[in-house]
Design a protein around this ligand. Structure first.
Ligand SMILES: Nc1ncnc2c1ncn2[C@@H]1O[C@H](COP(=O)(O)OP(=O)(O)O)[C@@H](O)[C@H]1O
Ligand SMILES: [Mg+2]
Length: 288
């Protein structure tokens, strides 16, 4: 189950998981649960037989069957209605289903990847998402942090998108100016990577010379207030941000093992734990 805000790259990760798996030669089928009306969910997922309902003129395979041997990606899983959640759970537990209006039992071999930007724990507490289904799906959780929490990715991604859109639009832009990079780094990116990609494409289109300058970036990036970050931080704050990033990187490479992370950073586990608490770093995120 891939969790993270909208635009952080969940769908891209689902694709990557599929394409780097032994199932890569088999289909990758995506279903956007948010876009499915309640009445269509069942036939979409499980298919139907000819004559199952008015207008069902031919048998139709559902997404589970289409994905046989490959991967089924259920996107926006947090939007499923109670009745669909119940049906899905039954299929996952029994590992078989029937097409709507049919009585032939169908078994498929699919790897299920799900994604949501919703706070499912809150939905569990509110009773709008089934706990049993949640535990079925959350076998291996992947959390994708928002872009504002991994600022070192901003520059890498900006250069990647620059190269991409320079190619697509056949422009001769060589680089992004330092002040423009500072603006990209300072902005809080509520739309995450998707917003950054749009920003760079727009900048490529409006830039006439060979350098992207600050004024080529979208208006939302132009003011310090909009950036959501104070432009001039105190030395103490700046060092704190730097230290927190170092600690998170160390925890990442030791999969959340504090003793090892402390050794990497040349400090003690006690000091590291103290700082982890102080910076509000959720060390559990790096486990597994
Ligand atoms: N690490 C990355 N490298 C390149 N492009 C990325 C990366 N992460 C996200 N993107 C791009 O950002 C956009 C949003 O990603 P997407 O996977 O649709 O996000 P989500 O499903 O979390 O809303 C897509 O165009 C995707 O290709
Ligand atoms: Mg998405």
């Amino acid at each position: 189950m891939i969790r993270g805000e909208s635009g952080t790259g969940k769908e891209l990760i689902a694709h990557a998981l599929h394409h780097h798996s032994p199932r890569a030669g088999k289909p990758f089928v995506r279903v956007n649960c948010a876009a499915l009306p309640e009445t269509l969910v069942e036939t979409e997922l499980f298919g139907h037989e000819r004559g199952a309902f008015t207008g069902a003129q031919a048998r139709r395979q559902g997404k589970f069957e289409q994905a046989d041997g490959g991967t089924l990606f259920l996107d926006e899983i947090g939007e499923l209605s109670a009745s669909t959640q119940a049906k899905l759970l039954r299929v996952l537990q029994g590992r078989e289903f029937e097409r709507l209006g049919g009585n032939e039992t169908i078994r498929v071999d699919v790897r299920l990847i799900t994604a949501t930007n919703k706070d499912l724990e809150k939905a569990l507490a509110a009773g709008t998402f089934r706990e049993d289904l949640y535990y079925r799906l959350d076998v291996f959780g992947i959390f994708v942090p928002p872009l504002r929490e991994r600022r070192s990715d901003v520059l890498l991604l900006a250069e990647h998108f620059l190269a991409k859109y320079v190619r697509i639009h056949a422009r001769k832009i060589r680089r992004i100016s330092t002040p423009a990079i500072d603006m990209l780094m300072a902005y809080h990116w509520p739309g995450n990577v998707r917003e950054l990609e749009n920003t760079i494409e727009r900048a490529v289109l409006v830039t006439d010379g060979d350098v992207i300058h600050g004024h080529h970036l979208s208006p939302t990036l132009q003011t310090a207030e909009a950036s959501g970050t104070v432009v001039s931080r105190s030395l103490g704050e700046a060092v704190g941000v730097f230290e927190s990033n170092l600690i998170q990187d160390a925890l990442k490479s030791t999969r959340g093992n504090r003793a090892k992370a402390a050794r990497l950073l040349g400090t003690t586990e006690r000091i590291l734990s103290y700082k982890v608490r102080g910076y509000g770093i959720d060390a559990r995120r790096f486990r597994g």
